[in-house]
Design a protein around this ligand. Structure first.
Ligand code: ATP
Ligand code: RIB
Length: 305
């Protein structure tokens, strides 16, 4: 089985369900609150483990009452937690509002995620991994150290999901084997409009020109496109489903894609596998709680072929 390391955030998601998002200055009644384990790093780790990867997580929880539940959730889904550190203070929190349309709004309080330091990312954990996945909910300095270590160690596929988006220094693009962005992130980084698959391909090609080995742009219910430095260009349509909560759609897509790729699945097939996984996730509430197992994904692919 492939070994995948996820270096990233672990959050308790405090999820408020509403009919419609409030306007600025407006006060509305919520329909109910849930406390659900999330965080982009942890979600991607869970998705990769459930999709068939052997996954180790490097991140941090705090010393608060949320920490045990966050660790328990990772363990329950098969993610190794030996490298999840305890840092003083609170765990990461995400204040999420989910509207009846299935869309969400998220405000982060970084907590212990902000204390995942470059020196916490030891070469011994990264060496020999088939893939390492990063996001933007821990300090950039730590991400950069991991990217540089993976390049130095060799043989590790570095996957970067720069969410929430921030500029990528020019010299870091060359350290990224697969850059995964949604429409907003693709626009923010490339400076190009991204509303259609054609525009997404143009943005992906621009990011490949800057040095990324390959770029995948996810387009929500419009699917996903892929471009790489060898000139390959692919499109994977999204499944037609009724979305109730799109939280962690992107995380599910990335985890499933990387697990499939690390187990030898060609990229076009891995994109369909990932799209099937994400389509299941959006039909269920929550982040980690919504992510399907490999068996469910395979069954869904067979039913829809
Ligand atoms: P999030 O931040 O909510 O985790 P994201 O913005 O990173 O998501 P999206 O582009 O919205 O990522 O979605 C990722 C993938 O999930 C899409 O490429 C698609 O395959 C699937 N997906 C998302 N929304 C839907 C939907 N409404 N119906 C079917 N599939 C969807
Ligand atoms: O991508 C979804 C995740 O973003 C949520 O689980 C929340 O914790 C935020 O990090």
């Amino acid at each position: 089985m492939s070994r995948i390391v996820v270096v990233g955030s672990i959050n308790m998601d405090i999820v408020n369900q509403v009919e419609k998002f409030p306007l600025p200055g407006e006060t509305i009644h919520g329909k109910g609150v849930d406390y659900l384990p999330g965080g982009k790093g942890a979600n991607q780790a869970v998705a990769a483990a459930l999709a068939g990867g052997q996954v180790e997580m490097l991140g941090a929880v705090g010393e608060d009452s949320f920490a045990p539940a966050l660790l328990e959730s990772l363990g329950r889904y098969g993610v190794g937690t030996k490298h999840v550190l305890r840092k003083p203070g609170t765990s990461g929190l995400a204040f999420i509002t989910v509207a009846d349309s299935g869309e969400n709004q998220i405000i982060l309080a970084e907590g212990s995620n902000g204390q995942v330091r470059p020196e916490d990312a030891d070469d011994s954990l990264l060496a020999g991994a088939q893939a390492v996945i990063l996001q933007n909910e821990i300090p950039w300095e730590t991400n950069l150290r991991v990217m540089q270590a993976c390049r130095r160690l060799g043989g590790v596929r570095l996957v970067y999901n720069p969410a929430p988006v921030r500029p990528i220094p020019e010299e870091a693009y060359g350290l990224i084997d697969l850059l995964v962005v949604n429409e907003t992130e693709a626009e923010g980084l490339s400076g190009l409009p991204v509303t259609t698959a054609e525009e997404a391909v143009a943005a992906a090609e621009e990011l490949v020109r800057r040095g990324a080995g390959s770029v995948l742009v996810t387009l929500g219910s419009k699917g996903a496109v892929y471009s790489d430095a060898e000139g390959e260009s692919l499109f994977a349509p999204a499944r037609k489903v009724r979305a109730v909560d799109t939280t962690a759609a992107g995380d599910t897509f990335i985890g499933a894609l990387v697990a499939a790729g690390s187990n030898g699945m060609p990229i076009a097939e891995a994109m369909s596998f990932a799209a099937a996984a994400a389509a299941i996730a959006v039909t269920r509430p929550g982040a980690q709680a919504s992510i399907p197992s490999r068996e469910e994904i395979v069954r869904s692919l067979a039913e829809n072929s």
